[in-house]
Design a protein around this ligand. Structure first.
Ligand SMILES: Nc1nc2c(c(=O)[nH]1)N[C@H]1C(S)=C(S)[C@@H](COP(=O)(O)OP(=O)(O)OC[C@H]3O[C@@H](n4cnc5c(=O)[nH]c(N)nc54)[C@H](O)[C@@H]3O)O[C@H]1N2
Ligand SMILES: Nc1nc2c(c(=O)[nH]1)N[C@H]1C(S)=C(S)[C@@H](COP(=O)(O)OP(=O)(O)OC[C@H]3O[C@@H](n4cnc5c(=O)[nH]c(N)nc54)[C@H](O)[C@@H]3O)O[C@H]1N2
Ligand code: SF4
Ligand SMILES: [Mo]
Length: 740
């Protein structure tokens, strides 16, 4: 497995004399591979983390990030107690003081400016806790704030928009059936580094894909960069950044023009999808030569790939962040789905199947979640997936008027580094009346925080991912046990959200009665000395499991290594659709309108003075903006760099090791250059996630930082109008060599 990239030895914690060790079986919650772990623990410290070879679902997947997870638990700069800002520094406080101060300040702001004055942002790791996001929403629904931001607008919003329009639910995701696939067509994904998941969990997906390749399957990768994955592919198409929509539309056009679609599935009356005839009429208006010129893939290759894909026994098309983080991201995501639908790959072996899971979260979401609609105050934009675009946040903080965001809680996120125009957001955050942070350590986005609130690492938390059981690539459950107890000053996020809501006297989840119930359970627990009686998210877990009627709670508890509770089934997809007619809507009119706009738009040419497009990479040993500070994952002095094509480097007079300035009208960074033929000409790759300082609120030492924040160069205003995702991977920049 390519993600096993180091010997599985424990980090040396310098322990010599320890009490007998015990072993805990759990799973890693850094990325969606969800690898089963065997954690050796003594004296409440993690001694060693190894892959859990008895995990039936994930045992062949594991990586160095999971192996070193204990180091974040023992991070020398970890926040261990609530910390209140005093002058330029922080002093320790109690949770009671924190809740009292935050609640009284928020109540005052709401009284002055209304509930929208209180905003939250949740980042990627919050989604790996089974309770965090749920209780954050319980708080927001209680105070009735619309100022909701999340990582989706710099990640998977395109998928939510497409899933809503085509399948009737933003949560609807079809999973990859890798082991039966004969033809893989991957757009904008680098699974050799990032694992197979985006909104799906396919453990060891890349290794399984390569196994299929050895058995004769064809692997085609579309990427402007010759990535680790692309170098393994049978064919690598170096698409022009941001132009996958044109390539995909070309493929769809060839299939429909030549009648290569699988009629049984696409027949408007008996089939699963509607809109095929509209699509056929639509693609007739598209000019294949123009599309080929836009995506810079020869017309003959488009025709050949379309025929191969349609003709393969089994096949799947996959689109990922390389498609989504561009102005045409939603159209790319849509056309990827269309390709699968037209050629009968949905709900079929080797294609994309629907996993029913053990909790039907799509149905629950449909029944319980009130769809939130709201227009943003400054730009008048609608929400996407229940949240506003991250690029709007600075304006909402700095533009005067009623409803201005005056307080903000950043929960498991680092938006100054992960989102566009970091400097602008940083300046806005400095103007808040109140900034509260829930995190393990204080990073770049948290530097102006008034309160730093310590939370557990997942090794210190129990999680049952019941609400995402439909993302597993086979029927599977595992209770993620805590391996060690958190430090005494640390509290889980759900408790913070609950306590804050109670202190503000607002109804948790927006329902009167919940507070009385929570308080009564707390009193009873205290009186009887039985803390287990107290209301906690695990009550909800048990209710969810019971609601699914597929597995029993006692079975979940009885399987510490996780359990595959059934076979991969096909034929459940149509039942699960949430469209009124129970069909997949292959041709939503708003997608046609946007595609027409793209088809008639000027080609995206370099503006004067900024000749390069800014590409992106992920790092095997980092998770977005974190883990890159861990010494055992990264040599000291490690930083990101500008990877430049040899011909571009020659024109710039730049050699590997030279310091270069990469700049745009929005910002400027300095990084060393690496000359390599990995990027296509005209593309300069700078990895995202670097340049985030790690502060030391307890010790007051200088912040540590590695590399530069390349998202400072990204102007948030160039965005996909449908998903509100900024073009993080296709902004225009210039490069200059700095004098030695
Ligand atoms: N240019 C460019 N930009 C990108 C991307 C890209 O490909 N290119 N990728 C985008 C994508 S896909 C993503 S997901 C985003 C990520 O963007 P974010 O989610 O905003 O940021 P992360 O870097 O994941 O930071 C996560 C923070 O959560 C903290 N944390 C970790 N575990 C926990 C926990 O259990 N609880 C709490 N409270 N905190 C915790 C970490 O210490 C860290 O500070 O970046 C996006 N930005
Ligand atoms: N080690 C590690 N693993 C991770 C993460 C991490 O930070 N580190 N992050 C996790 C997260 S939050 C996510 S969302 C997933 C993301 O998983 P992936 O979506 O696979 O993310 P990347 O590895 O960034 O691969 C995106 C690819 O798209 C390419 N690309 C850029 N622009 C274009 C374009 O216009 N067209 C095409 N066709 N390709 C383009 C890039 O060159 C890159 O190779 O990874 C997860 N796994
Ligand atoms: S970070 Fe590594 S160990 Fe953890 S789930 Fe992902 S691939 Fe597995
Ligand atoms: Mo992500």
């Amino acid at each position: 497995m390519t993600t096993v990239d180091r010997p599985e030895t424990a980090p040396d914690l310098g322990l010599t004399d320890v009490s007998p060790a015990r072993t805990v079986h759990t799973f890693c919650r850094y990325c969606l591979a969800g690898c089963g772990l065997e954690v050796t623990v003594a004296d409440n410290r993690v001694l060693k983390i190894a892959p859990d070879k008895q995990n039936p679902h994930t045992w062949h997947d594991f990586c160095a990030k999971g192996r070193t997870a204990g180091e974040i638990v023992e991070h020398p700069r970890r926040i261990l107690q609530p910390m209140r800002r005093v002058g330029d520094g922080y002093v320790e406080a109690t949770w009671e003081e924190a809740i009292a101060d935050i609640s009284s300040r928020m109540k005052k702001l709401i009284a002055e400016d209304g509930p929208d004055a209180i905003a939250t942002y949740w980042g990627n790791p919050a989604g790996f806790s089974s309770s965090n996001v749920m209780f954050q929403l319980a708080f927001l629904d209680a105070i009735k704030s619309h100022s909701r931001y999340f990582v989706g607008s710099v990640d998977q919003n395109a998928m939510h928009v497409v899933a809503t329009a085509m399948f009737g639910s933003q949560l609807f995701a079809a999973v990859s059936d890798i082991d039966n696939c004969d033809y893989f067509l991957l757009f904008g994904a680098n699974p050799a580094v990032s694992t197979w998941g985006w909104i799906e969990t396919v453990p060891a997906g890349w290794r399984r894909c390569l196994d299929r390749q050895k058995a004769g399957a064809k692997l085609v990768i579309v990427d402007p960069v010759a990535t680790e994955s692309a170098r393994k592919a049978d064919e690598h198409l170096r698409v022009r950044p941001g132009q996958d929509w044109a390539l995909l539309l070309g493929l769809v056009k060839v299939i429909l023009d030549e009648g290569l679609e699988h009629r049984g599935d696409c027949d408007p009356t008996s089939g699963i999808a509607t809109g095929i005839e509209d699509l056929r009429r639509f693609v007739r208006t598209a000019d294949l030569d123009d599309l080929a010129a836009r995506c810079e893939i020869p017309r003959a290759d488009i025709e050949r790939i379309a025929r191969e894909f349609a003709g393969a026994r089994t096949a799947m098309a996959i689109t990922r962040t390389g498609v989504a983080l561009h102005e045409a991201g939603t159209i790319g995501e849509w056309l990827g789905q269309v390709l699968n639908i037209l050629t009968g790959r949905m709900d079929r072996p080797g294609g994309r199947r629907f996993e029913a899971g053990y909790v039907d979260s799509i149905r629950l979401f449909d029944m319980m979640a009130k769809p939130m609609t709201h227009r943003s105050r400054v730009q008048g934009r609608d929400m996407v997936a229940g949240h506003h675009g991250l690029d709007e946040l600075p304006g909402e903080i700095t533009t005067p008027g009623k409803g201005r965001v005056r307080a903000m809680i950043i929960n498991a996120g680092n938006p100054v580094v992960s989102g566009p125009n970091g400097d602008q957001l940083d300046e806005a955050l400095a103007q808040l009346d109140l900034l509260v942070v829930l995190d393990l350590v204080q990073r770049e986005s948290h530097r102006h925080a008034h309160w730093l609130l310590p939370v557990p690492h997942w090794l210190e938390r129990d999680d049952l991912h019941a609400l995402t059981s439909q993302l597993q690539d086979e029927p599977y459950f595992q209770l993620g046990r805590r391996a060690v107890d958190p430090p005494p000053g640390v509290r889980e996020e759900w408790r913070f959200w609950t306590d804050l809501t109670l202190a503000m006297g607002k109804p948790l989840f927006g329902y009167r009665g919940v507070n009385t119930f929570v308080k009564a359970s707390r009193k009873l627990a205290k009186r009887t000395g039985k803390p287990g009686i107290e209301f906690s998210p695990h009550w909800i877990d048990r209710l969810l499991v019971a609601s699914g009627r597929k597995v029993k709670w006692k079975d979940i508890v009885a399987h510490p290594h996780g359990h595959v509770f059934g076979k991969r089934e096909f034929g459940n997809l149509q039942k699960a659709l949430k469209t009124p007619d129970k069909k997949i809507h292959a041709a939503p009119p708003e997608f046609f309108a946007r595609t027409r706009e793209l088809m008639t738009s000027q080609r995206d040419e370099a503006p004067a003075g900024y000749p390069f497009q800014l590409g992106n990479r992920r790092n095997r040993h980092a998770m977005n903006s974190w883990l890159n500070e861990l010494p055992s994952l990264h040599r000291s002095g490690k930083r990101n760099e500008a990877v430049i094509h040899p011909e571009d480097a020659e024109a710039l007079g730049v050699a590997t090791g030279d310091l270069v300035r990469v700049y745009s009208p929005t910002g400027s960074i300095e990084v060393p250059a690496v000359v390599s033929d990995e990027p296509r000409r005209g593309l300069v790759i700078v990895d995202h996630g670097w340049g985030s300082r790690v502060f030391d609120p307890r010790g007051g030492a200088e912040p540590i930082a590695f590399g530069a924040n390349r998202n400072k160069l990204v102007d948030g205003s160039k965005l996909d109008p449908l998903s509100q995702t900024p073009a993080l991977s296709s902004s225009w920049v210039a490069v200059e060599k700095l004098n030695p």
